[in-house]
Design a protein around this ligand. Structure first.
Ligand SMILES: [Zn+2]
Length: 338
């Protein structure tokens, strides 16, 4: 199992939540090709920046491509008032996308976007912002753009199959590649049960946190019983479900609760500081929520025993694992859950 680190930070509330700086537009097409723009103030930074691995192409002001200063850094003239660009979306492999990779994806008629891979950021401007979402044939909507250092945000735009439910006082928008299947499997109910339980435990959202009563849960099928990966965003979760078997659905409930914990902590502005603490706490609440759920006892015991082994003595300390993880050793990460 691989679950990504979600960094949470103590960041200030958005000063003008009604003003959307970013816009994404999507035509009605079986092959989604979102187009992005960013409106700039009179005085703005000298550069536009994107993190390593961003899926951004054709960055331009008017008809002119912006000169690239280095990877992920474009020089911006002071005269420019609006920048436009496109995203190079990944087409998932036949076995399905890996949610924990947090990439922006092209699906038939719709797209899943990750803020950190498709949105440029003005240099020297760490604040959160707003994304206006314009999809042909649908009402315009808005979503949160995280501040620097916050968890990413996921957006599902276009013709994904979706439904909206009220859960624990929140408006939850569920989008899936096969909504009938995930609803029939009870996966939406599993998530709702986890959110209801966790809302009682975690601190409330920061005052004035934009979109704090809204949540997007995107479920993407993947082959293989061990494919239950996920990622938690600021107002969103992105979660795989094994599409060919319901065998691991109790395990999946723990994953949904794990990612939901990340999201609630990020929303509350709780700073974690280290991967082991962030993952350890999310894992604790994932398992606790699963154990208190309405799933069959034998199933719950099976998942519990996968992770909780009182007879085992840890071979390495958390500080050492954290150091290995920060130095880029990918084998350290799964040990935060074991
Ligand atoms: Zn996690």
């Amino acid at each position: 199992m691989r679950l990504p680190l979600i960094a949470a930070c103590l960041c200030g509330p958005l000063s003008h939540p009604a003003l959307a700086a970013y816009t994404v537009s999507l035509e009605d097409s079986p092959h989604p090709a979102p187009r992005f723009s960013l409106d700039l103030p009179d005085r703005h930074g000298e550069f536009l920046e994107a993190p390593a691995g961003a899926q951004i192409a054709n960055v331009r002001c008017g008809h002119s491509l912006l000169p690239k200063q280095s990877d992920g850094r474009w020089r911006l003239s002071q005269a420019c008032r609006q920048v436009r660009w496109e995203a190079t979306l990944n087409t998932p492999p036949p076995e399905g996308p890996d949610a924990s990779a947090q990439q922006s994806l092209a699906l038939p008629g719709w797209a899943v976007l990750t803020s950190s891979t498709v949105l440029l950021r003005e240099s020297g401007k760490p604040e959160g912002s707003i994304l206006a979402i314009r999809v042909a044939g649908k009402p315009d909507t808005q979503a949160y753009v995280p501040a620097t250092g916050e968890a990413p945000e996921f957006y599902a735009i276009g013709k994904g199959q979706e439904t909206i439910r009220q859960v624990a006082g929140w408006q939850v928008r569920y989008v899936a590649d096969d909504l009938t299947r995930v609803a029939a499997r009870g996966l939406l109910d599993h998530h709702a049960e986890a959110l209801t339980a966790l809302r009682r435990v975690f601190p409330p959202p920061r005052p004035n946190a934009p979109f704090s009563g809204q949540l997007l849960v995107t479920l993407l099928g993947r082959d293989g019983a061990s494919s239950a990966n996920g990622a938690g965003g600021m107002r969103s979760l992105l979660v795989n479900y094994p599409r060919d078997t319901a065998e691991r659905d109790t395990f999946l409930l723990a994953i949904l609760a794990h990612e939901q914990s990340h999201q609630l902590l990020a929303l509350a502005g709780v700073s974690m500081g280290s991967a082991w603490m962030s993952e350890g706490l999310a894992h604790y609440y994932g398992l606790k929520t699963m154990r208190q759920s309405r799933q069959p006892q034998a199933e719950k015991d099976k998942v519990w025993q996968l992770f909780v082994k009182p007879e085992r003595t840890p071979a390495q300390g958390l500080a050492r694992l954290e150091r290995r993880h920060r130095e880029g050793d990918k084998s350290a990460y799964p040990l935060f859950y074991s």
